[in-house]
Design a protein around this ligand. Structure first.
Ligand SMILES: *Cc1c(COP(=O)(O)O)cnc(C)c1O
Length: 414
């Protein structure tokens, strides 16, 4: 069967999709949680698999006609288990947030105590924020970064664990530029009799590529998104020890979700295969080298980096030493005009509100996929500081935007 082609394209929507492809390809994509998937991943996600209902798991579906889908989901499961060395995998979570809620449901009862990194110090909403279901269903206690070095202090994590006796300790970050060492968390979890979950949403690709320690040997459960550094389709995944396998599967379906997105699961299978190739190891190492190079170049231009730098694919930039009046919100808006896409971000103990902030978060996964290396990171730092220095000068911002477009044209995303 040939790939279906549409006879009456919906120009209203497809013209907008064309414009979005143009935006992605002519600007610098520096949002730390984004990436460019391969065309093969997009083809799987855009496939006829979207038509199939497959509630249940391979070999145990509620509806008929699932023999092929069973094969696809089984391949995804086997590939991701091999990639991370896990006993069990569930590839059905629709997103990282869903993966976390399912993992909690598998091992916690409502009201149980959990330790997680504070949202405003780099954690995620699903690590107990009061506006998120995690914070309403469970009793989260937050650990924070230390004011001096802006790093998570494992002595503080241990003290809180001894004081609150959590049933689960969660490690994992969204806007924290340093590694959290899985082994150190595991030791504390063992000492207080807690389970240990590592949320690897951001760094799954770094782990797969050998650029970050693998938490799987230490954690009871590892959750992650497939669309960030792992460079797959938008979605989530849960790995666990054999002990938690049945509870995890029950929590995903029928606990939280209905029919799985088998087209996305096919895209995940393709991405897991891509991440197992030697070239992906080079990619993961280059992401980290690029982040270091960009961090150094920004410091040279008068920015301060939270914790002084980065170990991973992202950095959080404190804008105040560069310009005391410049907020994260304004920086995001100005850079958008110049074709540079990133997000405002609170810095630890930010005096400004989360809607304004004093910082921005910058990540290198997308530009590294485009093939950019250290020299381009220096150019990016220069473009960012030029745009922010001339932020009220429309002509200069247009000139930066043209320079951004010519840099991107030399490193096409597709
Ligand atoms: C991105 C992220 C998530 C949520 O992923 P979604 O797919 O957006 O739901 C969960 N945890 C962490 C640490 C993340 O960075």
């Amino acid at each position: 069967m040939p790939f279906p082609s549409d006879t009456a394209p919906d120009t209203e929507v497809f013209d907008l999709i064309d414009r979005e492809v143009e935006r992605q390809c002519t600007g610098l994509q520096l949002i730390a949680s984004e990436n460019f998937t391969s065309p093969a991943v997009m083809r799987a996600v855009g496939s006829a698999l979207t038509n199939k209902y497959a509630e249940g798991y391979p070999g145990k579906r509620y509806y008929g006609g699932n023999a092929i889908v069973d094969d696809i989901e089984s391949i995804a499961i086997e590939r991701v288990k091999a990639l991370f060395g896990a006993d069990h995998a569930n590839v059905q979570p629709h997103s990282g947030a869903n993966a976390n809620m399912c993992a909690y449901q598998a091992v916690l009862d409502a009201g149980d105590t959990v330790l997680g990194l504070s949202l405003d110090h780099g954690g995620h909403l699903t690590h107990g924020s009061p506006v998120n279901a995690s914070g309403k269903l469970y009793h989260f206690v937050a650990y924070k970064v230390t004011p001096g070095d802006e790093r998570v202090d494992m002595d503080q994590v241990r003290d809180l664990a001894l004081e609150h006796r959590p049933k689960l300790i969660v490690a994992g970050t969204t806007s924290y530029p340093r590694r959290l060492e899985p082994e150190a968390f595991k030791a504390i979890a063992d000492e207080v009799g807690a389970l240990f979950m590592f949320d690897a949403a951001h760094i799954a690709g770094l782990i797969a590529g050998g650029a970050h320690p693998n938490p799987v040997p230490y954690a009871d459960i590892v959750t992650f998104t497939t669309h960030k550094t792992l460079r797959g389709p938008r979605g989530g995944c849960i790995l666990s020890t054999a002990q938690h396998a049945a509870a995890i599967d029950k929590a995903v379906f029928p606990g939280w979700q209905g029919g799985p997105l088998e087209h996305v699961i096919a895209g995940k299978a393709v991405a897991f295969h891509e991440a197992a190739q030697p070239s992906f190891r080079d990619y993961a190492q280059q992401i980290v080298r690029n982040a270091s190079a960009l961090a150094d170049a920004l410091v040279q231009r008068g920015f301060r980096l939270v914790s002084g730098g980065t170990d991973i694919h992202l950095m959080v930039v404190d804008l105040r030493p560069f310009d005391a009046d410049l907020t994260g919100k304004e920086a995001q808006t100005v850079l958008d005009v110049a074709g540079i896409t990133l997000n405002k971000n609170s810095i630890p103990d930010d005096p400004r509100s989360p809607f304004v902030t004093s910082g921005v978060r910058i990540g290198t996964p997308s530009v590294t996929t485009q093939g950019m290396k250290e020299p381009e990171m220096v150019r990016i730092a220069e473009l960012i500081s030029r745009a922010l220095r001339h932020r009220t000068d429309a002509a200069e911002l247009a000139a930066v935007k043209a320079d951004v477009a010519s840099l991107c044209a030399a490193f096409p995303a597709y």
